[in-house]
Structure formats: structure tokens, C-alpha cells
Design a protein around this ligand. Structure first.
Ligand code: HEM
Length: 406
């Protein structure tokens, strides 16, 4: 279908980054399964279609293999070590490998473990907030939202928090490769450096726990076993990286985007203060209204028909979760933040076999952080300066969010 004005989703455009929802609305109505010549990918925006992309076996999350195969020799050898670990990430795997990895990990990271972490998560939140309490104004993104999920995940893995600064550098190096929309010139060197350092770090942590098991998730992953055996050494290293990487910045973005949504809606903020029982549904609404998952990415493994278009083998597909979560075909008043919204079947944690392993943890972190902020700072308000949005294709979050505490 042709459209009147060029209909482009360009996450590198600052205005689109600030508010992608207007272009998403047009795409949903005018060209729901859109071929973007600029991005050379399909961009899918309706709720039912995004679910279809997440569910169908015709589309594979393993977009690494074709990308790697397409590289020049020199780049391929530069990325060999990165691929060694990323290729065991279950988020990139299809069944049956995915089924085996997921079964083993479900035994380790699950709602029972997370429920037991509730008090320690609140302690982490309070420790982080203690560091900024007493100040009039902070950057909520870097001073709170980046720290809470990092400390929670490090505690869970049994890694000392003092190592965070180094780990953050490696994680940022890897993000330039995995999450961003634009090619940084030095991105191959950076991802190689980050992945190498992080893998060496986890290899050592695993060796220490093989010698002497502890009460942490790495020790439990080492011990996890089923009829088909255990996780291999590379699977253990890769999965530690995935948990650290997948569990950190996504949750940071939940916190920044949630607080930003509250600042934009003083009425809803007052409603939540007056009725703390809304906390759980409030976090679900933050996840829907402006959640951290901009999109989920797939590559076409077998030709697949969607919305009258044929997605051909080898083509890339971005299923825009943020667009699906505002689809009026699924949600009433989708552009309204309603902290009591029910039902709220948002797709922010994905759908189907790859549904986020860390969803219960992220939810709990969101609830703990928002509860503590409201209890401890009765006069929260927007601080001076503009919020800044991440330049990325799969993630949506704020890198800067000025916040007045008093
Ligand atoms: C608000 C925070 C989070 C969001 C929005 C989020 C989002 C997602 C999404 C959309 C997927 C599916 C990706 C796909 O289908 O391609 C996913 C998978 C996954 N997430 Fe999360 N995530 C969050 C927090 C976490 C945390 C805290 C952890 C770590 C404990 C984690 C670990 C994982 C893992 C291991 C997978 C792969 C699951 C599989 O492939 O079976 N996530 N996440």
C-alpha cells in the first residue's frame, strides 16, 4: 500500500526517539507490515501481528548466524570469540536447543527464587536511595535507575558490587554491538574487548564455585541438570553474560520510563500516592505505556505471510512492541496512562517460548523502586534540563532524567 507522506521509522531521529508513538499510529493504520528501505527490515506494528511474529516457527530469533556468515573474513575472525558466547544465549536459539536451555534455567531463575528476593531487593533500593537522599536534584537515570538492577543482578549472581564499574564498561562495549541502531566505527573492536573481558571474568567466577559452591545463581546453574545433562562451560559463561546484560539495562529503562510517565501525569502520581494497592497494576501500566522493549527482532527462516505481505526467507523483521502496546484494536484508550488498567496484556516481556525469564524479577524491582520513591520523597518533580532517550532499535529508555527530590 502506498502512503501520502514518506512513512519512516528512524530511531536515529531525535524527535522520533522522544515520541515514536505518532509514527507508530500511522504505521498501524496505513502500513501495518511495513518494509523499511532505510533499515532494510520489516517493521510490524499491530498487536496481533507482533504476537504472530513472536509465536511463529517460520521466524527465528537467530539473527546472529546469517549476520556472521555475511561478514568479511577479517571481521569474522575479530568476532569469533563474541559469537562463541552469544550463540549460546537462549534468546537467540530455536528449539530444540532453546527448549533444553530454558528447561535448565527455569529450574534456577523462577518465581520462587524471585519471591524470596523481595526483602533484599527493597534493601538494595533503600541503599541506592540513601546515597542521593538529602540532595535537591539528581539524575535519576544514572544515579538510581542504573544502579538498582545492577546491584540486584550482581547480588543474585554472587558477584561483589565493587566490580560493577569494570563490568559496566564491558557491558557498554557489548551494547554498541547488540542494541544500537547506528554503526559506531569501532564497534567490532569494542564488542570483542567487552565480551573477552566479561567471559574471562565469569570463567573465573565459575571455577571458584566449582571448587566451592555458594548460595548464588552461578552455583545453581553449575548444579542444574536434567535427562539431557548439564550446561556446558561455554553455556554457563554465555548465560551469565546474558543474565547480566538482559537483566540490567532493560530494568533500568523500566525505572526511568516509569518515573518519567509519572512526572508527565501528576494526576496518576497523586492517585498512586493515595492508593498504594495500585502498585502492581501501575508497574504493568508503565511496562505497557512506555516500556523498555521497543521491539523484538527476528529473521525469516521460512517464507511467512503476514497482513497480506510475504516475509521472505533471510529478511529481517522488527516487531515493534511499543507500537503493539498502544494498539487501539487491543487496548481501550491506549494513549492514556491508567495505573488501574485491567486487563493489561502488554507484550513488553515478549510472547511464546521466549517470554522473558526475568519478568518476575523486573516486576518486583519496579514495584520496590516506585514504592520507595513515593514513601521517601513526597515532593518528587521534574528537574531542570531535558530528558535524553537512548538511540536504539530494540530498547527504549532514558539515559538522563533530571529529578527533583525536595
Ligand atoms: C523490564 C525489564 C525487562 C524487559 C522489558 C525484558 C524483556 C524481554 C523480552 C522482550 C524478551 C523476549 C525477547 C525475544 O522474544 O526476542 C526477554 C527474554 C529474556 N529475558 Fe528479559 N526483560 C527484562 C528483564 C530481565 C531480567 C531482570 C532478566 C534476568 C534475570 C532477563 C532475562 C531474560 C532472558 C534470559 C531471556 C531469554 C528467554 C528465552 O529466550 O527463553 N530479563 N526479555
Amino acid at each position: 500500500m502506498s502512503v501520502a507522506a514518506p512513512l519512516v521509522f528512524d530511531p536515529a531521529d531525535e524527535a522520533v526517539r522522544r515520541n515514536p508513538f505518532a509514527v507508530f499510529a500511522r504505521l498501524r493504520d496505513e502500513d501495518p507490515v511495513h518494509w523499511s528501505p532505510a533499515l532494510k527490515t520489516w517493521v510490524v506494528t499491530r498487536y496481533d501481528d507482533v504476537r504472530d511474529v513472536a509465536m511463529t516457527a517460520d521466524l527465528s530469533p537467530n539473527r546472529l548466524a546469517p549476520f556472521y556468515a555475511s561478514l568479511r573474513d577479517e571481521r569474522r575472525s575479530m568476532l569469533a570469540e563474541v559469537m562463541r558466547y552469544l550463540s549460546v544465549w537462549l534468546v537467540f536459539r530455536d528449539p530444540p536447543e532453546h527448549t533444553r536451555l530454558r528447561r535448565l534455567l527455569n529450574g534456577v531463575v523462577n518465581p520462587k527464587l524471585v519471591a524470596a528476593m523481595r526483602p533484599s531487593i527493597r534493601r538494595v533500593v533503600d541503599e541506592v536511595l540513601d546515597r542521593v537522599a538529602g540532595r535537591d536534584e539528581i539524575d535519576f537515570a544514572s544515579e538510581v535507575a542504573a544502579l538498582v538492577p545492577a546491584w540486584v543482578i550482581l547480588d543474585m549472581l554472587g558477584i561483589p558490587r565493587e566490580r560493577f564499574d569494570e563490568i559496566k564498561v564491558w557491558s557498554d562495549d557489548m551494547r554498541t554491538f547488540i542494541g544500537t541502531s547506528r554503526g559506531e566505527p569501532a564497534r567490532y573492536e569494542r564488542v570483542q574487548r567487552g565480551a573477552h573481558a566479561m567471559a574471562a571474568f565469569f570463567r573465573e567466577a565459575i571455577a571458584e564455585r566449582r571448587a566451592e559452591p555458594r548460595d548464588d545463581v552461578i552455583s545453581r546453574m553449575i548444579a542444574a541438570t536434567d535427562d539431557e545433562g548439564r550446561l556446558s562451560e561455554d553455556e554457563l559463561v554465555g548465560t551469565c553474560m546474558l543474565i547480566l546484560f538482559g537483566g540490567h539495562e532493560t530494568t533500568t529503562s523500566l525505572l526511568t520510563n516509569g518515573v518519567n510517565a509519572l512526572l508527565e501525569h501528576p494526576g496518576e502520581l497523586a492517585r498512586l500516592r493515595a492508593d498504594p494497592a495500585l502498585l502492581e497494576s501501575a508497574v504493568e501500566e508503565f511496562l505497557r505505556y512506555d516500556g523498555p522493549s521497543l521491539s523484538i527482532a527476528r529473521v525469516v527462516a521460512q517464507d511467512h505471510e503476514l497482513g497480506g505481505r510475504v516475509l521472505a526467507r533471510g529478511e529481517r523483521v522488527y516487531a515493534m512492541v511499543s507500537a503493539a502496546n498502544r494498539d487501539p484494536r487491543q487496548f481501550e484508550r491506549p494513549d492514556t496512562l491508567d495505573l488501574g488498567r485491567s486487563p493489561n496484556r502488554h507484550l513488553t516481556f515478549g510472547f511464546g517460548i521466549h517470554f522473558c525469564l526475568g519478568a518476575p524479577l523486573a516486576r518486583l524491582e519496579g514495584q520496590a523502586c516506585v514504592a520507595a520513591l513515593l514513601e521517601r520523597f513526597p515532593r518528587l518533580a521534574r528537574g531542570a534540563g531535558e530528558p535524553q532517550w537512548l538511540d536504539a532499535m530494540v530498547m527504549r529508555g532514558l539515559t538522563r532524567l533530571p529529578l527533583r527530590l525536595a
